[in-house]
Design a protein around this ligand. Sequence first.
Ligand SMILES: [Fe+2]
Length: 463
Amino acid sequence: MYRLTEAAAQYLEKLTPEEQAYIREKLLEKPVKGFVTADHLVEILKERTVIKKSDYIYAKDIDPQLELYENRYSASNTKTTSSLEDFIKYFRNRFERIKIMFNQFDEKYPSVELKDLREKQKFSVVCMVYDKGKTKNGHISLTCEDLTGMKTFIVKKDSQIYKWVSEEVIKDDIVLIKGTWIGNIGIVEDIEFPDIKPQSLPKIEDDIGILYISDTHFGSKYVLKDAIKRLVDALNGKNDLLGKYRTHIKYIMIGGDNVDGIGIYPRQELELEELDIEGQYKLFNDFLEQIPDYIETVVIPGNHDAVRRGEPSEPIDKSLISADVHLLPNPAYVKAHGILHLLYHGTSIDSYISQIPRLSYEDPVTVAVEMLRRRHLSSLYGYNPITPLPMDFLVIDMVPHVFQTGHIHKIGAKKHRGVIVLNSGAFQAQTPYQAKQNFVPTPGKIFMFLPKQPKFFQISLIN
Ligand SMILES: [Fe+2]
C-alpha cells in the first residue's frame, strides 16, 4: 500500500489512465517510505519510455515458430560414390515415391505393372519415360520402364492427346498411362502427371510478414548496392519502403546465389569486384548482420555458392557465415508459423525451358509449376547435375503452401492449385552475358507475404 500527499493525489488525477496505471504499478513494485509526494511521481514518470506507435515492432513480441526438418538435412549430407549402383538405387527411390502419388483406381483401366500387360486388355500403368520418338507413320512412340521391365507405347497422330504429349511429356517424366495393349505395344488413351491436390492456406493467428529474396550475388561488379542498402535501411525503420507491415516481418527466406562465386563461368573474374570467395561471403555476412535480431532468416545455396554442384547441395559452411541465420541445403523444407515452404534455388529451370517449347526465361514461375506437376524439382537427367543419394531429396513429397525459386533473376508469382509459386528475382543488374542473350532481369524487387490476411505483394527497392 502507499499513501499520497494531497498535492501528489491532485497531480495523479491530471495524468492519463495509462500514466496512472504505470505509476500505481511502480509504487507497488517499489514501496516509498512515508507519504508519496508529487516529486516522487514526477521521478517515476521520467523513467517511463513512451512507446510511439511508429516505434512499436509487432514482430518483436511474436515468438518464432520455425520447423527446419533437420533429419532430412543430415541425410542429405550422406556420402555417395556416384557409382552406377548408387544411381540405380537413387532412381528406384524416386520412382517408388512418385508412383504412390498417382490415383491409380480406375475400374475401366485396371492397374498393372509393365510385366503384366496382356493382349487386348485395358490397363493403367505408372512408368518413367525412357525415350520419346516418332514412328514412320508419324505417331509418337514412348519407351517406358518401371521396376519390372521396359515397354513401348504409341500415341496415335489422330488422338486428342497427341499435341499435348508431343509438347509436354519429356524424357524421365514419371507418368500414368492408360490404354489398351495390342500385339506388343500399348495404344495410349490418356496420360497423367502426378501433380498436387488442391491446397489451401492454414489459418494463422499472428499477423506476421515473410520476405522473399534471392540472387544477391555479392562479389559481382553488378550487385545493386543501393537497393541492398535501401532494404537494410527499410528493415531498420530508416525508410518506409516496406510500408506499414515493416514491423510485422518475422521471417526472411533467401533463395541462393548469395555470392557470385569464383570460376562459375569462363572469364568470370572480369565481372567480379571481390576475387576471394571468403571476401564475397564477408560481404554477404555483413548484409545478414544488418537484419534486425527479431527476424529469423533462412539461407539456402544456389549454383554460384561454394557448395557441391550436384543437387541436393549441402548448406553453406558455417565457417563462412557468422551471422545468426539458419543455413539449410538446396532444396529445403521450412515451416514458418504454420506455412510450409519449399525453397529451391531453381537451377533445373534451364533444363525444362530447353525441352518444353511453351516455357521461357521470361516466365520462370510457369517452369516451377511444371516441377509441382511432376512432383520433382529436377526430373530431366543429364542437364542439371544430380548427387545420387539413397533418398531422392528432389522429390516433392510434401506439398508446400509456398514454393520459392530464384536463379533466373526475373521476379514473378502465380498460384497453382492453391500453392503460391514465386520467383524472388535478384539484386544483380543485367550482366554482359545476360545482355548478349537479350535477357532483361528485374533486380531490386522482392515479395512480402502476410499469411493472416492473406496478402501477397511485390515491393520495389529501386528508384
Ligand atoms: Fe543467380
